[in-house]
Design a protein. Sequence first.
Length: 166
Amino acid sequence: MTSEPSGFDQTFREMFRRHAAGVAIITANLNGKPFGFTATSVASLSAEPPRFTFNMARSSSSWPAVANAEYIGVHMLGLENQALANRFARTRDRFEGDHWEPGPHEVPILKDVSGWLVGKIQMRLSFENNAVVVVEVVDGQVGGDGTPLLYHSGGYSRPEPLDYEI
C-alpha cells in the first residue's frame, strides 16, 4: 500500500537541503565482496557503550551486505575526500584501485580519510523501504586533519568559523 503525497514533499526536500550534514562512507563485506555507499545520516547514539546509527534505503545495492553482515565500517570524510564521496555515491567501481584494504573483521577500510570505526551491528530496524542500523564500535582510528566534508544544498562545502566564541 502506497501513501498519497502529502503536499509537503517539496517542503521536506528543501528543508533537508538546508540542513548541513557530515559526509561518511559505510562499508561492509559479504561473502568476500566489498560493498559501500556514501551517507549523510550517520549519528552518534551513545558514548557508553560507543554506538552510532545510520539510515539507508533497502533498495540500495549495498543493502544485502548491510542486511547480512555482522560487522560494518564507517569512514568520516574530510575536505580532501570529495572524489571518494562522489565515487561511492555515483559509480559502480567503488573498490577498484588501492584506496582501501581489508580491516578488522574483514571490513573494507578506506585509506586517507579523517577516521574510521568498525562496529558490530546490534539492530536493523526496517520501516517501509528504509532501515535504521545501530552499530556498537569495536575498533577504529583517527586520521587526517579533522576538517569535515559537509553536504549542504546539493553540494559539498566546508565549515566556516564564526566570530563568536564560547
